[in-house]
Design a protein around this ligand. Structure first.
Ligand code: C2E
Ligand code: CA
Ligand code: CA
Length: 694
C-alpha cells in the first residue's frame, strides 16, 4: 500500500494494470488447471473402463480355458497403452489372480485377490470391471494407470499460462506507458506550470488544451485559475501602489508628505555629503492661514492650500522637492544651489508669488509666509539637522514680523531656548501684576497739540527685569496669550484716557495696538463694546492700530470687520505702514482714518533721498483717500522738519516724547490742566522749535 502511495501516478497505473492482469490471470489459470485436471481424470477413467472392458472381453476365452499364457499375451497388448502401470486379471472360479501385466518390473505387484476397495493409490487411477458373459460374472479386471498424460497436459497448460502472463506483463507495461503519456504527462506539465507560477511569481504559464476530456478540462480550469491569479495579482499590486502613494503623498495637494519628504531629505543629505555639494532646505509656514480656516471654513482653507501649493510648484525647479509637511507647512529641498544666497532667492520668489491675492469661493484672500532657510555646506558636520535649523529659522522669521525669509544662524538656537523661557514666564504674568501700560504722545505736526497717546504694553519680570514687547508680543501671539494681554491693555487704556478729558478742551484719544490674531477673532467686537461700556469710555476717543498683516486672510472679511469697528464709533489706524503686505489696491475700500508710516522710513529720511520721495508719495496717496498721516519714530529735528514740509499730519517719536507712565499720574505734566500741558506747550517743552521755524 505504501508503495502505491509513494510511487508516481504512472508507476501506480502500471502497477494496478499489472496487479489486475496478474490476479485475473491467476484466477483464470487456477480455474483452467482445475477444470483441465477434472476433465483429464474423467477422460482417463472412461478410457481405462473401456480398456478394461475390451481386455476383459478378450480374456474371457482364456479364463474359460484356464489358459494363463493366452491371458498373459492379451494383457501384454496393454504395453501399447503407456499410462497403464499394471493390469490384474482375476478369475471368478478360483477367486484369485489369474494373470498380471506390469509395465515395469519394479511395479507394485497385483494383489492375489481382487481388491475390494477400489480407491486409487496416490497419483494413479484405477478401474475394476467385471467380466460378464450374458449376465454371469466370469472374472474381473483391475487396471492401474498413472497420470502421465495429465501431467504433460498440465505442463503444456502451465507453459501456455506463463506465456500469457508474460504477454499480460508486456500489455500492462505498454498500458502503463500509454496511460503515463495520456494522464500523468499532462499532469506533470501542469505541475511544472504551477511551479513556474509560484517560484517565478509570473502568470504567463498556460496549459495546452489537448488530450482526453478530463485532461482538457483540467488544463482549462488551470488556465482560468492562472488568469484569475494574474488578475488578483494585478489588483493587489495596484492596491499596494495606491497604499504606497497614499502613505507618501498628501491627499489634499498631491505633494509628497512628511514621510516622503523625510526620505528625500535623508537621501539628498547623503548625496550632497558624498558629492561635496551644497543644498538648501526651505521651511515655509503660511502666515494667517489659521485665520482663513477659522473664519471662512475648512473647505475654503483646503482650496487655498491647493492654490498655494500650485503657485509654489510653478516657482521651484523640477528637481527640487516641494512637500506639504503639516497643515499650512511646506518644505522645499533645493537640490543644487551654488551658494546659500541662491536658496534665499528662491525663498524671495516664493514670497513674491503669494503677493497677489487668491480668489477662493468668492473671497479675495491674502496669505503670506514665513520661511526658514538652512543650507548644507561642503564643510557641514555629518550630523547637522537641517530640518531643525530651517524650523528655527522659520520661527525667527515669524518673530521678526512674518512674511519674510530668514537664514539659520547659530544664534537662532539660543533664541529658540529664550522663546521657550519667555513663553513659560509669560503665563500668569498679568495675574502677578507684571504687565502694565506705558503711553507715548502723538502730536499735531503744525500746532504741536497732543492729539492722542499710544498705549504700549510693558512687562517687568521680578528676576529678568524689563522685557521688551518685541520679545514677548510675538510669543503672546503664537500662544494665544495676546488675548488676555490685549484685553488688559485696552481696559487700562480706556480707564486712563477718560481721566485726560476736560470739558471745553479738545478731546485726547488713546491708540491701542491690536494684533491680527485678535482682530480676526469673532469675539473682538463684543469685547471692545463690553470694555467701552464697563469703563464708560466714548468710542470716539479710541483708535485701534492695526498692521497690514490683518489683511492676511479674506480682504472682504477684514473690510467688514473694519466697517463694524467704524460703526462702533472707533477710528482705525494702519500701523507700520509700508512694511507689510501690499494691500495698496484695497486701501480705498477700507474705512481707514490714519496711516502710520513706519519708523524704518523715518530713520532713513534725509534731504534728497529716495526715502523722502517714497514717504512723500505715501502721504499724497493717503491724503487722496482722505486719510491722515502719522510719521512715527521721529528722533531728529531734521526728520521732523522734512516731515512737516512733506505735509504729514501727526508725529510721534523719542524726539517729541518717549513712552512713559500714565499721563494722569505724571509729575512732569502739570496735573491740573492736562490738556493744556499736552498742548502746544508740551510740544515746545520737548524742544520742537516751532518758534525757530517761524
Ligand atoms: P509699534 O506699535 O510700532 O509701537 C511703536 C514702538 O516704537 C514702541 O516700541 C515705541 O517705544 C517705539 N518708538 C517710539 N518712538 C520711537 C523713536 O523715536 N525711535 C525708536 N527707535 N522707537 C520708537 P515698543 O513699546 O517696544 O513696542 C514695540 C511693538 O510691540 C509695538 O510697535 C507693537 O507692535 C507691539 N506692542 C506694544 N504694545 C502692544 C500691545 O498692547 N498690543 C499689541 N498687539 N502690540 C503691542
Ligand atoms: Ca503702534
Ligand atoms: Ca509702529
Amino acid at each position: 500500500m505504501n508503495l502505491l502511495r509513494t510511487k508516481s501516478l504512472a508507476a501506480n497505473i502500471t502497477l494496478v494494470v499489472l496487479l489486475a492482469s496478474s490476479v485475473s490471470l491467476g484466477v483464470f489459470a487456477a480455474a483452467m488447471l482445475l477444470f483441465d485436471r477434472s476433465s483429464a481424470i474423467a477422460e482417463s477413467d472412461a478410457r481405462l473402463a473401456t480398456l478394461a472392458d475390451i481386455v476383459g472381453q478378450n480374456s474371457m476365452a482364456a479364463l474359460d480355458f484356464d489358459d494363463r499364457d493366452a491371458a498373459g499375451k492379451i494383457l501384454q497388448a496393454l504395453r501399447k497403452e503407456p499410462p497403464i502401470v499394471s493390469a490384474c486379471l482375476y478369475s471368478n472360479i478360483s477367486g484369485h489372480l489369474f494373470s498380471a501385466y506390469y509395465r515395469e518390473p519394479s511395479a507394485t505387484s497385483c494383489p492375489q485377490t481382487e481388491p475390494l476397495n477400489s480407491r486409487s493409490p496416490r497419483n494413479l487411477r484405477s478401474v475394476s470391471r467385471p467380466i460378464l458373459r450374458s449376465s454371469e460374472t466370469v472374472g474381473s479386471i483391475y487396471l492401474l494407470a498413472d497420470m502421465r498424460s495429465l501431467q504433460s497436459r498440465r505442463n503444456k497448460l502451465i507453459l501456455l499460462l506463463l506465456v500469457m502472463a508474460l504477454l499480460s506483463l508486456c500489455a500492462g507495461g505498454v498500458t502503463g506507458l500509454i496511460m503515463q503519456k495520456r494522464v500523468s504527462k499532462p499532469i506533470s506539465l501542469l505541475a511544472r506550470g504551477m511551479h513556474h507560477v509560484t517560484s517565478e511569481a509570473t502568470f504567463d504559464a498556460r496549459a495546452e488544451l489537448k488530450g482526453s476530456t478530463e485532461i482538457v478540462e483540467l488544463a482549462r480550469e488551470f488556465n482560468s485559475m492562472v488568469t484569475e491569479l494574474a488578475r488578483r495579482d494585478r489588483l493587489a499590486k495596484q492596491a499596494k501602489l495606491l497604499l504606497h502613494q497614499q502613505a507618501c503623498t498628501d491627499a489634499l495637494t498631491g505633494l509628497p508628505n512628511r514621510r516622503l519628504f523625510t526620505d528625500c531629505l535623508a537621501r539628498a543629505t547623503a548625496f550632497a555629503q558624498r558629492e561635496k555639494n551644497i543644498f538648501g532646505l526651505l521651511y515655509i509656514d503660511l502666515d494667517g492661514f489659521k485665520l482663513v480656516n477659522d473664519s471662512l471654513g475648512h473647505s475654503i482653507g483646503d482650496t487655498l492650500l491647493c492654490e498655494v501649493a500650485s503657485r509654489f510648484k510653478q516657482h521651484v525647479r523640477r528637481a527640487d522637492v516641494l512637500s506639504r509637511v503639516g497643515g499650512d507647512e511646506f518644505t522645499v529641498i533645493l537640490t543644487s544651489v551654488h551658494e546659500p544666497a541662491d536658496a534665499g532667492r528662491v525663498a524671495e520668489l516664493l514670497l513674491e508669488c503669494l503677493a497677489k491675492p487668491f480668489q477662493v469661493g468668492g473671497h479675495d484672500i491674502t496669505v503670506g509666509a514665513s520661511i526658514g532657510i538652512s543650507t548644507l555646506e561642503i564643510d557641514s558636520a555629518a550630523d547637522v539637522d537641517l530640518l531643525q535649523q530651517a524650523d528655527s529659522a522659520m520661527y525667527a522669521a515669524k518673530r521678526s514680523g512674518r512674511n519674510r525669509a530668514v537664514f539659520f544662524t547659530q544664534d537662532l538656537g539660543l533664541m529658540a531656548r529664550e522663546r521657550l523661557m519667555v513663553e513659560n514666564e509669560l503665563r500668569g504674568a498679568i495675574e502677578r501684576g507684571e504687565i502694565y501700560v506705558h503711553y507715548q504722545p502723538e502730536f499735531n505736526v503744525l500746532t504741536g497739540d497732543i492729539v492722542r497717546f499710544e498705549a504700549l504694553a510693558r512687562w517687568r519680570h521680578p528676576t529678568l527685569g524689563q522685557i521688551a514687547p518685541d520679545r514677548f508680543i510675538p510669543v503672546a501671539e503664537e500662544t494665544g496669550l495676546i488675548f488676555p494681554i490685549g484685553s488688559f491693555v485696552l481696559e487700562r487704556a480706556c480707564t486712563e484716557a477718560i481721566k485726560w478729558q476736560r470739558p471745553g478742551r479738545r478731546p485726547i484719544q488713546v491708540a491701542v495696538n491690536m494684533s491680527a490674531i485678535q482682530f480676526n477673532s469673532d469675539r473682538i467686537l463684543e469685547e471692545i463694546a463690553t470694555i467701552l461700556d464697563r469703563t464708560g469710555m466714548s468710542p470716539q476717543l479710541l483708535q485701534i492700530e492695526l498692521t497690514e498683516s490683518v489683511m492676511v486672510g479674506s480682504i472682504q472679511r477684514s473690510s467688514e470687520m473694519m466697517h463694524k469697528m467704524r460703526e462702533l464709533g472707533l477710528s482705525i489706524a494702519i500701523d507700520d505702514f509700508g512694511t507689510g503686505y501690499s494691500c495698496l489696491g484695497y486701501l480705498p475700500n477700507l474705512p481707514i482714518d490714519v496711516i502710520k508710516i513706519d519708523q524704518s522710513f523715518t530713520n532713513k529720511l534725509c534731504e534728497g533721498s529716495d526715502t523722502v520721495k517714497m514717504v512723500r508719495s505715501m502721504i499724497d496717496l493717503a491724503h487722496s483717500m482722505e486719510m491722515r498721516v502719522i510719521v512715527e519714530g521721529v528722533e531728529e529735528q531734521a526728520q521732523l522738519n522734512l516731515i512737516r514740509d512733506m505735509g504729514a499730519d501727526e508725529v510721534q517719536g523719542f524726539l517729541l516724547g518717549p513712552p512713559g507712565a500714565e499721563p494722569s499720574t505724571r509729575s512732569d505734566l502739570e496735573p491740573g490742566d492736562l490738556a493744556n500741558n499736552y498742548g502746544y506747550e508740551a510740544y515746545a517743552s520737548h524742544k520742537f522749535l516751532l518758534a525757530e521755524q517761524s
